[in-house]
Write a protein that binds this ligand. Sequence first.
Ligand SMILES: NC(=O)c1ccc[n+]([C@@H]2O[C@H](COP(=O)([O-])OP(=O)(O)OC[C@H]3O[C@@H](n4cnc5c(N)ncnc54)[C@H](OP(=O)(O)O)[C@@H]3O)[C@@H](O)[C@H]2O)c1
Length: 310
Amino acid sequence: MKAIILENAGGTENLKLREIDKPTIKEDEVLIEVKPMSINPIDVKTRSGKGAFQKLKDENPVILGWDISGTVIETHSSKFKLNDEVFGMINFPGHGKGYAQFVAASESHIALKPKNISFEEAAATNLAALTALQAIEKAEVKEGQNVLIHAASSGVGHFAVQIAKYLGASVAGTSSAKNKEFVLGFGADQHIDYTNFEWENSDEKFDFILDTIGGENINNSIKVLKVSGTIISIPSGLNDGLEEKAASVNANGFKMLVQSNGNDMKKLAELLEKGFIKPHIYKAYHFDEMSNAHEELEKGRTVGKIVVNF
Ligand SMILES: NC(=O)c1ccc[n+]([C@@H]2O[C@H](COP(=O)([O-])OP(=O)(O)OC[C@H]3O[C@@H](n4cnc5c(N)ncnc54)[C@H](OP(=O)(O)O)[C@@H]3O)[C@@H](O)[C@H]2O)c1
């Protein structure tokens, strides 16, 4: 089968297209013929030697990628049968081996793809959407609450806006001015341009803040966090001291790492099927163009998601 191997940590020249053996599946696993996949900043970080690289570097070969959608072509699972159309974030934060024509997946990491959703849309609604869902559930966001989503035009952010709105929260989202209409178009009640907003002068306070940026963005967020409110921060390595900073204003701060979870995938499938969430596909690349896809994502200006097709 075709796969993209990470030969060494570094630039995109280390992503090599190779022919390797198909994976074999164990008890409770299925073999999926991948249609599209989607990529995330963790792929780029891991490729360059950060992210999950330390954990994966002794595997041979290292195959990046976690977000896939496709068709079950072999099954050792009682939950999924041949030809089922499925999607999921496979084995995160472990070795997902997603940049491949065929992927072995645990039945506990996938869900059936809704019939009214394309494979591309399903591939796009994986790691980023699960992160948004798991953060919002951890914070117990409720109807009527005031929520702030940072980088509301990002992969994680655009799902978080939609899920918080679905739950009945009032949502503000940050981005630069060029993405204002996008953020409002995906349901945010209010847009904040982070390039010129004066956080210290804001009267508005939030019950829940999702920090997708880290560093100074956490300090700014603490200024608008309600007493007993919650801030969850997801960019690892950029959120040291979060808990203490939140405690200084009598609020709660948590770092979070998304986890593969088939039950959460089922929740996303239902939200997709009923039209409560939808992914925005910013750009689509061919599998042979994975390096270009990485270079685009690395610019940090993606609006929604980047997908990669076979
Ligand atoms: N811990 C976890 O489990 C977990 C899970 C998923 C992601 N993450 C991390 O979370 C971060 C976001 O991931 P992602 O996939 O959502 O990123 P992404 O899609 O690559 O983010 C790009 C978007 O961020 C916006 N942006 C950039 N700087 C901003 C700022 N200072 N304030 C507000 N918006 C800004 C950009 O809008 P403009 O062009 O308008 O600036 C752009 O639309 C990454 O560091 C990723 O590794 C962690």
